[in-house]
Ligand binder design. Structure first.
Ligand code: DLL
Length: 442
């Protein structure tokens, strides 16, 4: 036997099997959460002055938490809390224990900086591997990773997870679509990881190269980092003849892998509650809402060392649902949008995902659209610019555009203009796609 086949140097765990925590009952999960929550509160209070000041000013102490419900006594945190600790003041460990830093760009001002200890990186890789396995990826699979590498958590986060699972990673990153197509053709990966809109952009590049996207080696897409609808899932699955599963996460809480979706059920991401305690609150009053009601998602990390996050307001709008495939862990619904992405058009609230859902019901219209907001006079206006499908002609597309405007009026309640565009004329995604162009005077 060669030294390389020696059993003792192999990882001890069988990566194709569920982690024991994945299979815990709800009662076991809640008991684990309580212990870990108490530890996290102490860790944050003792090591991060910003948490101590926040809790002292609210008159709460870690030892006040006796049950999971007591978490509601603790104040929320948000991006501002992290920004004011820029760059490293929210870290709860000395800098020599921080092995990696990521940052989320944010549209304005300072980036939000996040840090990881060695154990944090290992937990992250384990959870990412868990998500991939849950979504049907197996040890030995080749995985084309087209999430962006760099400060964004998508690329490196997924990378370590693929390796942890025992897959072969192609560290492609985003962009360079022709090159991506060539490598997918030559290496024949079974799995692709990227944003849903980037996968659609790749479909165009395949077709431009004379390749039917249904004929590639790809069988599974693990897609996330931006909101996408069931209609979009259907579109992607049809276009590539693959199964598309959702993956959710955010840098502040960890990165990708906070929640992943079951390949069998495809019923929304399961939140890994052995590491994260989710809550749903009313986005306006911040009152906690019961399971099943729509509101803003709030997270508390239970095991993070470098950057413990307590009651962090994500601004993501969704709901919690009971667990299914992993009954001890709750699921999240699809994300309708972010509260800061909500368009208020003449008093009516709307999200790009609502437009996506309606547009994809109309055969002549493609999933490529942009929303442009303007104020030509005193009133705000929205124009939906949407490409027609290449196979339908201009006249059909015009009436499809009118039908879209009509359905938006009926279902969302706002009047808008629809401008049907030529195939390929709108900007394509290279990662998270920008849907809203706000051209209203400030
Ligand atoms: O986007 C982490 C990630 C990378 C998740 C790759 C999944 C795959 P941030 O850049 O910090 O982190 O952005 C986080 O993206 O608050 C949501 O608004 C949105 N988001 C992430 N995943 C999903 C998803 C990464 N599956 C923000 N569905 C989050 C809808 C998502 N929105």
């Amino acid at each position: 036997m060669s030294a390389l086949s020696d059993e003792t140097i192999r990882p001890s765990r069988d990566a194709s099997l569920p982690d024991p925590e994945e299979l815990m009952s709800r009662a076991e999960i809640e008991a684990l959460q309580l212990t870990r929550l108490q530890q996290t509160l102490h860790h944050a209070y003792e090591n991060v002055p910003a948490y101590r000041e926040l809790y002292d000013s609210h008159g709460v102490k870690p030892e006040h938490l006796k049950t999971l419900e007591d978490l509601a006594q603790f104040p929320f945190t948000d991006k501002e809390f992290l920004r004011s600790a820029y760059p490293f003041k929210a870290f709860a460990v000395p800098m020599d224990q921080v092995r990696r830093i990521h940052a989320s760009s944010g549209t304005t001002g300072r980036p939000t900086v996040v840090g990881y200890t060695e154990r944090d990186i290992d937990t992250w890789a384990t959870l990412l591997a868990r998500c991939l396995r849950f979504s049907g990826v197996r040890p030995g699979d080749m995985v084309h990773n087209a999430y962006g590498y760099g400060l964004f958590t998508g690329g490196l986060g997924a990378h370590y997870g693929i390796e942890k699972l025992g897959g072969t990673v192609i560290p492609m990153s985003g962009g360079q679509s022709e090159r991506q197509v060539q490598l997918i053709q030559d290496f024949r990966p079974r799995v692709i990881l990227c944003t849903p809109t980037y996968l659609l952009a790749l479909a165009d590049t395949f077709r431009d190269a004379g390749i039917d996207p249904r004929e590639t080696s790809l069988e599974i897409g693990v897609l996330g980092a931006e909101p996408w609808t069931q209609q979009m899932r259907h579109e992607i699955e049809e276009t590539f003849a693959i199964k598309a599963c959702d993956i959710y996460g955010l840098s502040e809480v960890m990165g990708p892998g906070v929640a992943g979706e079951s390949w069998e059920m495809q019923d929304g991401p399961t939140i890994w509650e052995d590491h994260f305690r989710p809550e749903i609150i009313d986005p306006f009053t911040a009152e906690p809402l019961p399971t099943g009601q729509d509101g803003e998602l709030v997270f508390t990390t239970l095991t993070k060392e470098a950057l413990p996050i307590i009651r962090y307001r994500t601004h993501d709008l969704t709901r919690l649902e009971p667990g299914t495939d992993r009954p001890g862990h709750r699921r999240m619904g699809r994300i309708t949008g972010r509260s800061d992405d909500m368009i208020i058009l003449r008093g009516v609230n709307l999200f790009p995902s609502q437009i996506e859902e309606i547009a994809l019901e109309i055969d002549e219209l493609s999933p490529h659209f942009q929303l442009r907001l303007s104020r030509p006079g005193t009133m705000d206006e929205m124009t939906v610019h949407i490409e027609r499908r290449p196979e339908c002609d201009g006249a059909q597309a015009e009436s499809a555009g009118q039908e879209l405007a009509r359905r938006i009026k009926v279902r969302v309640g706002s009047s808008c203009r629809v401008s049907v565009e030529e195939p390929g004329s709108l900007a394509r995604s290279s990662g998270k796609l920008r849907r809203i162009y706000d051209e209203r005077p400030r």
